[in-house]
Design a protein around this ligand. Structure first.
Ligand code: ASP
Length: 326
């Protein structure tokens, strides 16, 4: 039987509240061994090694904790007796951690993230089944070399593209135009596609270790948004992700602030507040091509990539290449 490490970080999957109810609970209350005990059939699938790394609501996740989580997983996967890793995590910021791990884990072994929308004390909690399937996926031969994955509601997602798209329903994740990597039926795994973008073993960022990350902020454009928002953000950030309208767009007032701050060395990435599509370079909204296109990344994922990119280089053209590759 394979051995799977479960690295627990908290979230609703470890949440407790009024017996049977789905609201007014606290995330990150229950230890992972209690959750595992509630899923006896896991013992038929794999030997489990538990690591209770933290027990937080994922809104308390931050770059320091990403670094710690990535370091621990990189240590665990070095152990030849460990065949795969499952990470339990709150759903709110899971997309960001998933991309950070996609870029920084140096292994071909399966790393699967999962969580829950209903606390462990709810009637029909979704956590135990998600965790069961995540462990099954982590034992599967075809799950090697897939990069970090997310597993929710019978569906396998890529760590690069997974997004939380519903804040209320159980089926809360998607990867939009890219569908999914595959499906599961109970313990059975069915892969249908692969991510084309560089990840894990081949990622430049999985070859370094980190103590901290450069600061990158996100500014949201809306009708009438003042360019002062950009100047304020630039005071203590090396890079800024623009959440533009449409194809990553903004007003002329913003454009002149972006030109001004770019010439002072701030790195801008253009993303969009629209849920689907792609942001390309644009001669009208960025005539000097100061900005880097976020392509299909959400603003919060583009922030993860820019933080890591800035650990390697501050040259705009090199960062542009990184955004095309990852
Ligand atoms: N607030 C929770 C968290 O992200 C939500 C969840 O896990 O579903 O930790």
């Amino acid at each position: 039987m394979k051995t799977i490490a479960i690295v627990a970080t908290g979230g609703t999957i470890a949440g407790t509240g009024k017996q049977g109810k789905t609201v007014a609970y606290r995330a990150g209350e229950m230890n992972v061994d209690e959750i595992i005990q509630s899923i006896p059939m896991i013992q038929d699938i794999a030997n489990i090694k538990e690591y209770q790394l933290m027990n937080i609501d994922s809104n308390e996740m931050n770059p320091q904790r990403w670094i710690e989580l990535s370091r621990i997983i990189n240590e665990i996967v070095q152990d030849e007796h460990i065949d795969g890793v499952v990470v339990t995590h709150g759903t709110d910021t899971l997309d960001e951690t998933a991309y950070f791990l996609t870029l920084t884990i140096h292994s071909a072994k399966p790393v699967v993230m999962t969580g829950a929308m209903r606390p462990a004390t709810a009637t029909s909690a979704d956590g135990p089944y998600n965790l069961y399937q995540a462990v099954c996926l982590a034992t599967h031969e075809e799950a090697h070399h897939q990069g970090v994955m997310g597993l929710f509601s019978n569906t396998i997602y890529s760590g690069r593209d997974i997004q939380k798209v519903n804040n209320y329903k159980i089926d809360a994740f998607d990867q939009k135009a890219f569908g999914c990597l595959g499906y599961m039926q109970d313990h059975e795994v069915y892969f249908f596609s692969k991510t084309f973008k560089t990840h894990t073993l081949n990622s430049l960022f999985s070859k370094s270790s980190y103590h901290d990350l450069p600061s990158v902020g996100i500014v949201y454009f809306y009708a009438g948004a003042s360019c002062q928002l950009l100047y304020d953000m630039a005071k203590n950030h090396h890079g800024i992700i623009l959440t533009g309208s449409g194809s990553g767009n903004y007003s002329e007032e913003w454009l002149s602030a972006i030109n001004d701050l770019s010439s002072q060395g701030i790195i801008f990435v253009r993303c969009s507040r629209v849920a689907q599509g792609i942001v390309f370079d644009d001669d009208i909204f960025d005539p000097h091509h100061y900005c880097i296109s976020g392509n299909t990344l959400t603003p919060q994922k583009a922030r993860v990539l820019l933080m890591l990119a800035l650990t390697q280089t501050t040259k705009r053209e090199e960062i542009r290449k990184i955004f095309n590759e990852y």
